[in-house]
Design a binder for this molecule. Structure first.
Ligand code: PEP
Length: 251
């Protein structure tokens, strides 16, 4: 069901102690206007943070990554069942940093979604174009291909457990934000792709988040767009005051 969501991706930041402080501060927020918040701490913090926020049904915990296989001799990997056992409910799949730095291609991403669904974890599926594609004007075709290759093998019912995050790579961690109009235009395009491949109801009920240098100063304008259901926030989610302000930026 389409919801207003503020998700904070901490990436490889915070030690356990500072992560607990940050999660504790966000857990105390009682005046936010998102329907719910998702925190994505490092894997080592999942159990502690899931347990300290377990009394809060408007705060969910996501892993930033999961293994593409169920179990076995994969030194260093963290499986879907391990994530599930921490109390986390969601997992990021397809973040541009995983795609680019760890060479995660579409087959791997699909296998990760399968693993997540096998453990009833909800998936936040990230996609978005690099700068040269945007400059060439091919961003819609690029994102449509990512949807086709990453998600369109799923059934209509599977989409109950999918959140899409549109994150133009040129806006991630750069301080350059897509304008509210650019975000709205791509979100409307994604929703239309969902309508054409599935149906109008699925398109209307899938949450589509924007990610890319969301800050307290621009969140309200971006989240105010008709097809933007919230944000996946990196840098600004590491500061409790900034992320709190972002969580209050929904009308
Ligand atoms: C991200 O990591 O998904 C992200 C959008 O980062 P930032 O907000 O720092 O651009």
């Amino acid at each position: 069901m389409r919801k207003k969501i503020a998700a904070g991706n901490w990436k490889m930041n915070t030690d356990l102690s500072s992560g607990i402080d940050l999660a504790t501060a966000i857990n105390k927020l009682d005046d936010f206007t998102a329907d719910f918040i998702i925190l994505c701490p490092p894997a080592t913090h999942l159990q502690t943070i899931a347990s300290l926020t377990s009394n809060n049904d408007r705060l969910h915990i996501a892993a930033q990554n999961l293994a593409a296989t169920e179990k076995g001799a994969y030194t260093g990997e963290v499986s879907a069942s391990m994530i599930k056992s921490t109390g986390a409910s969601h997992v990021l799949v397809g973040h541009s940093e995983r795609r680019a730095l760890f060479n995660e291609g579409e087959d791997v991403l699909k296998a990760k979604i399968t693993q997540a669904f096998n453990q009833q974890l909800k998936v936040i599926f990230c996609l978005g174009e690099p700068l040269d594609i945007r400059e060439a004007g091919s961003h819609e075709v690029y994102v449509q291909t990512q949807l086709q290759n990453g998600l369109f093998h799923l059934t209509e019912n599977d989409f109950d457990n999918i959140i899409i995050a549109y994150e133009p790579i040129w806006a991630i961690g750069t301080g350059v934000t897509a304008s509210p109009e650019q975000a709205e235009s791509m979100h409307a395009f994604i929703r239309n792709c969902l309508k054409e491949h599935y149906n109008a109801e699925l398109a209307a009920t899938t949450s589509i988040l924007y990610g890319g240098s969301v800050q307290p100063g621009n969140a309200q304008a971006i989240f105010g767009q008709a097809n933007v259901d919230g944000g996946l926030v990196g840098g600004a989610s590491l500061d409790a005051d900034s992320f709190s302000a972002i969580c209050r930026s929904f009308s």
